[in-house]
Structures are given as C-alpha cells and as structure tokens.
Design a protein around this ligand. Structure first.
Ligand code: SF4
Length: 496
C-alpha cells in the first residue's frame, strides 16, 4: 500500500484521488478511471504491487540473480542488494509534493538515495524499429490505429524502417478519440503487447516489442544482411570462379559484382550487363524499381525486369548470372544463350551454398520499441526544490536515471529527455491516466550528499529497511544484462 497521494475529500463514502489531474471520486470497492488507484475500505490504495529489484553479488565480483521463489518472504530490504523501483510506487500530483518514495541505502560505505515516482508523461511517445526490407509506406506517411492518426513513418535505416508514434501532438492536439487511441497504442507497445497499425498508402503491420513484425499478414523472418553493395563486398570472394556475374537486388542500393570495386579487385571480367535505375558509383545503382514487398524491398517479382539487353560486344554465350535479394529469400540463376538472352536454370550446388550463407548472415527480424519521455517538467519538483539542479546533476552524471531499474539513454541538450528499451523494463511497468498520458516509472539515484546539495527533500528521506514487508510490495530478480543501478559503471554493455 502506498501512502500517497492524499485523500482530499470524502463525499458519500467516495474518496477523491489526487494522483493526476483527473481527480476521480472513487466509490468503495471501485477503481479510478485509470485502474491504478482504488477505494479499499475508505482508503486510497495503489492497485499494482510496488516492485523492488533484488540481486546478490557472488564472490569474485560477478553478478548473479537472487532467485527468491514466490513473492515477498518477509525479509527486510537489503540496502546494496535491493533497488526500489518506481513501478507501482504511485505519483504525487501536483509535483510540488515530494516524490512517493525517497529511499536511502548504504552502498559500499557510501550513503546513496533513490527518488522514485511514476511520472505522468503527456509529452511522450515511442520510437519503433521494424526490421524489414519490405516497403511499409512513404516517409512522413501517417500511421494509424483504429483509423486514428497515432504517428508517422520516419527514415528507413539499415535493414529497418523507423516509425515515430505518439508525442504530444497526437496525445493532446487532435480529437479526444485520437488522444485515447494513441495512448492505448503506446501503452500496449510499452507493456510488450502487439499493436496493429496501418500506414497511409502503405502496409498493415502488427508490431510487438521483441517479436518479428507481421507485414500484410506475413511474418517477417530476416533482417537483410546489408544493402546490395554491402552484400557484394561481403560475399564477392565466395562467388569468385563459381559465377560470372551477380546482381544483388535491393530497393535502395542494388549491387553488380563485375562493376563493383570488390569485383574489380578480384579481376572479374566485365559482363556487358545493363542495369535499369540510376548509377551512383561503379557497381551501385539506385532506384532500379519502385519500393514494394517483392524482391529486396522492391515491387518486382521478376528480377530480369530490372535488366536491359546485354552488351553484345562484352557478354558471351554461357555467361553465368546469379540474381539474389539482400536476405537471400529470393534468388534465381541464369545462363546466357546464343542470342545472349538469360535463360533460367537450376541453381548449382556451389551457389546454393552462397545463397544460404546470405540467409545465415541475416539476423532475425524484430520490432524494437523505445519509450521516449521528457522528465524535465514538474516531476523534478518532486525530487528537489530547485528543479534545474536535478537536470544539471543528471547531465553531470552525478545522478543516474533508470526506468523501472533499466538503463536509459539521456539525450544531450536541455531537459531530461530519455529513451528506454521497453523489453528491459519489468513486466507491466507502464500505465496511463485518461488525461490522456502515459505513466512510466522513473528513478533518480545519487549520493545523499549530492541530493542535499541540489535542494532535495531531505526530510522525506527514509532508509530502505524502513519500508519493510508489505503485501503490496513485490521483489523481482534483477536482469543480468541491465547494469545494477547502484553500480552503473560496472556495466560493460548497457545498451543494445
Ligand atoms: S485517473 Fe487514476 S490517477 Fe487520475 S485521479 Fe483517477 S484514479 Fe487517480
């Protein structure tokens, strides 16, 4: 049970929640509009358990999870081995009140403090990376859920299409339904659930963090190995002597072995091939076809459609041509006949191996969801009387920011704008309030002396051990691939 927020008024046995601007009146036995707070026998309680992370340090310094079967076993919190997260901690709105938990612990002889709150983020969204070659829609196209605009397509990156969903414009700047649907989509994605999205003039996608995207009903299997030119660079040597020409078909950069620098260095003879599209540099062609869901993210199903007639002076009968996509999913093998026309033949075993090598080098296609929020607003007042000092302390790396104990990336520049990979955050860490806004855990960990120096609410600091056992507090093992929040410098690899 969380002591905050306060019960402001009583009317007909209803109690008023003041944990967000909605300020629900809640009847006995009922929950508020967000399902996060409820009236239990006249007492306002936070419905979800408050999560603390648990770890132990094995001899020799390596970190192992402290698997404690079942839920709370009544043991008091161990300062250095327990981290109090903001998940289920509650909110103290408006934020001039101190954060719900300001907890001190002694870590290796140093007094530390962790300030935790479930932040209410109207200014937030998710960045989604969809590993696919397939065309999802034009850059800047609107992404919709249930017909409502919830974001847009941004850039195509190496083997992936990026989407930007949410943000204050969709949450607050459109119709009531747009805000609600946007909030629902963000909440589902942040809590690891699937969301079905449609792109204007593009595809329908089912996105779920850590899962393969489903595009127009087809599960994407592979992320491409690289662009067509990169693929030539990677496999040119393996093709040498087994084939005379290779075209790696790609929507962005299609590669041609004999013209490519890798082919030149291997002494591969000119084949007289004629590519459609715009030649960029030797062996690299842009715009060989329109984008689509066919070969290499183009709209073609017949690879020969991107070739012109072979040069009669350079090409020769019997010339062996492999055409392959950047995932190895599509491939075809041809030999030129006496009229120098390509005739499809069965792929020789020696080339089958190289196509399989391309496939093997592709990584599994996944969706990655990063929650992004700005914690530079009034939430800081729950931490310190002088909010800008918290921002400076974060920028000076005196304060370590985590989201449910998971490491975050803090953007340079003003404010505390952070991103977190939602798969690294414990389950169901995110909530919502119908303003609409997302609720996300955020913790600030720093030395107690630094906390005092930045004007922290010192009179609200309580030792971790004072939290004691509670039905509504749950210990979960710390994830080994997340740095331990009290020792973030020990992480060799905290992202990706
Ligand atoms: S929506 Fe939730 S947090 Fe906001 S006042 Fe109602 S019960 Fe409290």
């Amino acid at each position: 049970m969380t002591p905050e927020p306060t019960v402001e008024s009583v009317r007909d046995d209803k109690i008023r929640c003041d944990a967000c601007p909605v300020m629900c009146y809640i009847k006995p036995g009922m929950a508020g509009a967000c399902d996060r707070y409820a009236n239990r026998d006249g007492e306002l309680v936070r419905v979800d358990p408050h999560v603390v992370l648990d770890r132990t340090v094995a001899q020799g310094g390596s970190v192992v999870p402290f698997h404690r079967p079942g839920d709370w076993d009544g043991q008091l919190l161990q300062g250095s081995e327990t981290f109090v997260t903001a998940i289920g901690a509650g909110t103290t709105y408006p934020d001039y009140k101190p954060a719900p938990f300001i907890v001190s612990s002694e870590i290796d002889g140093v007094d530390m403090v962790t300030v935790v709150t479930e932040g209410i983020f109207s200014y937030c969204g998710v960045k989604v990376k969809v590993d696919t070659d397939r065309y999802l829609g034009p850059e800047r196209a609107i992404v919709r859920a249930q017909g409502e605009a919830v974001g847009h397509v941004t850039t195509g990156e190496y083997g992936s299409q990026m989407l930007s969903l949410g943000g204050v414009h969709h949450l607050t700047g459109g119709s009531k339904k747009e805000g609600r649907v946007t909030c629902d989509v963000l909440l589902d994605l942040c809590n690891g659930k699937p969301a079905e999205l449609t792109v204007d003039d593009g595809a329908t996608i089912v996105v779920q963090a850590g899962r393969a995207p489903i595009i127009n009903g087809v599960v994407e299997e592979r992320m491409r190995v690289g662009c067509g030119s990169a693929t030539i660079g990677m496999f040119a040597k393996q093709w040498h002597g087994k084939v005379d020409e290779v075209v790696v078909v790609d929507d962005h950069i299609t590669g041609v072995l004999s013209e490519h620098q890798a082919g030149k260095l291997l002494g591969i003879r000119g084949s007289g091939i004629k590519m459609k599209g715009r030649r960029s540099t030797p062996g690299r062609y842009f715009q060989v076809a329109e984008p689509g869901t066919g070969w290499g993210g183009t709209n073609i199903s017949d690879p020969l459609s991107i070739l012109g007639p072979f040069n009669l002076q350079e090409a020769w009968a019997g010339l062996r041509l492999l055409m392959v996509s950047t995932t190895g999913e599509h491939y075809a093998y041809y030999e030129l006949d006496d009229r120098l026309m390509p005739v499809e033949r069965e792929l020789p075993a020696s080339l089958k191996e190289s196509v399989e090598r391309i496939q093997e080098n592709c990584e599994p296609a996944l969706c990655t969801v990063l929650f992004m929020g700005g914690a530079g607003g009034s939430l800081r007042a729950g931490v310190t009387e002088n909010p800008v000092r918290l921002t400076r302390s974060v920028k000076d790396a005196l304060t370590y920011v985590t989201c449910g104990g998971a490491p975050v990336y803090v953007w340079p520049g003003g404010g505390i704008t952070f991103m977190v990979d939602v798969t690294r955050v414990p389950d169901n860490a995110f909530g919502y309030v119908p303003t609409p806004a997302l609720v996300a855990p955020i913790e600030f960990t720093l030395r107690l002396s630094d906390y005092a120096a930045l004007g922290g609410h010192m009179d609200h600091v309580r030792p971790a051990s004072s939290l004691g056992p509670s039905e509504s507090r749950r210990q979960v093992p710390h994830r080994l691939d997340n740095p331990w929040p009290f020792a973030p410098q020990t992480a060799r690899r905290s992202h990706g």
